[in-house]
Design a protein around this ligand. Structure first.
Ligand SMILES: C[S@@+](CC[C@H](N)C(=O)[O-])C[C@H]1O[C@@H](n2cnc3c(N)ncnc32)[C@H](O)[C@@H]1O
Length: 238
């Protein structure tokens, strides 16, 4: 855990260069849309593993209120610096410093794969949501492309590559059944999953454009090739 925190502290300054510029902006916006479409607009949101607050910026612009929680103090500082109307707290997603039933919605983008106690995180999310509240998360899914990622990241770490997310963090890439089991065990209902993302930001110019063009087709017809996994669920009304 300390290692993930250290990594994101180290890359906090360059994080938005990756996800809020050029191809990265499109990539991240696509994920944000997937998550936003699964949550009520205008509610009170907790964003777990919020990073620099890119999803909070969108949720608040759409009329909601939000608090972000992240394990990296430097990422939290970046969020605070830019979105003064929202609160950002340092903490781990599996121990939440909030009262039962506080939030209408919870989101987590590109952070769930790092959480070492996913069942504890989902128990906590269930606790802090009000009855009928919604959770939507997007995390790297297991597929033919992502099975090579841990190895590539281990090599990246060995050669000292300072790139967002590159390191040996013992990440877990989920499949649909694992996520559904975890959500069900925590007590959630109306569980659904969908694969998303085919155009990866590391692809270059025309290749990225082509991947972007076929992305909706891949997500719909050959979802196994889409490498992120979105899941949404609700806390029962009573
Ligand atoms: C790839 S970034 C995603 C940030 C943000 N959600 C976004 O979409 O831009 C992953 C984030 O998860 C955070 N993180 C990793 N493990 C965590 C944990 N156990 N609890 C809370 N945050 C965590 C990292 O510090 C980092 O900011």
């Amino acid at each position: 855990m300390k290692k993930v925190q250290q990594h994101y502290d180290d890359v906090a300054e360059i994080y938005d260069d990756r996800y809020d510029r050029d191809q990265g902006r499109y990539y991240h916006a696509h994920i944000r849309e997937q998550i936003a479409s699964r949550l009520p607009k205008g509610g009170f949101l907790l964003d777990l593993g919020c990073g620099t607050g890119l999803f909070i910026r969108q949720y608040v612009a759409d009329g909601g209120r939000a608090i972000g929680l992240d394990i990296s103090p430097k990422m939290v500082a970046k969020g605070k610096e830019r979105y003064r109307q929202s609160e950002f707290v340092v903490g781990t997603a599996d121990v939440l410093p909030f009262c039962d039933g506080t939030f209408d919605a919870a989101a987590s983008l590109l952070a769930f794969s790092y959480v070492p106690r996913p069942a504890a995180m989902l128990d906590e999310v269930y606790r802090i949501l009000r009855p009928g509240g919604s959770l939507a998360l997007c995390t790297l899914g297991h597929n033919v492309f992502t099975s090579a990622v841990p190895f590539i990241y281990q090599v990246g770490e060995k050669v000292g590559l300072k790139k967002v997310g590159v390191g040996d963090f013992d990440e877990h890439y989920y499949n649909e059944a694992e996520i559904c089991d975890l959500l069900e065990s925590a007590g959630f209902v109306d569980i659904s999953t969908k694969r998303c993302s085919f155009a990866h930001l590391a692809l270059r110019g025309p290749v990225f454009k082509a991947a972007r063009l076929v992305e909706p087709f891949v997500e719909e017809k050959i979802p196994y090739l889409a490498y992120n996994l979105c899941a949404s669920a609700k806390k029962p009304e009573r």
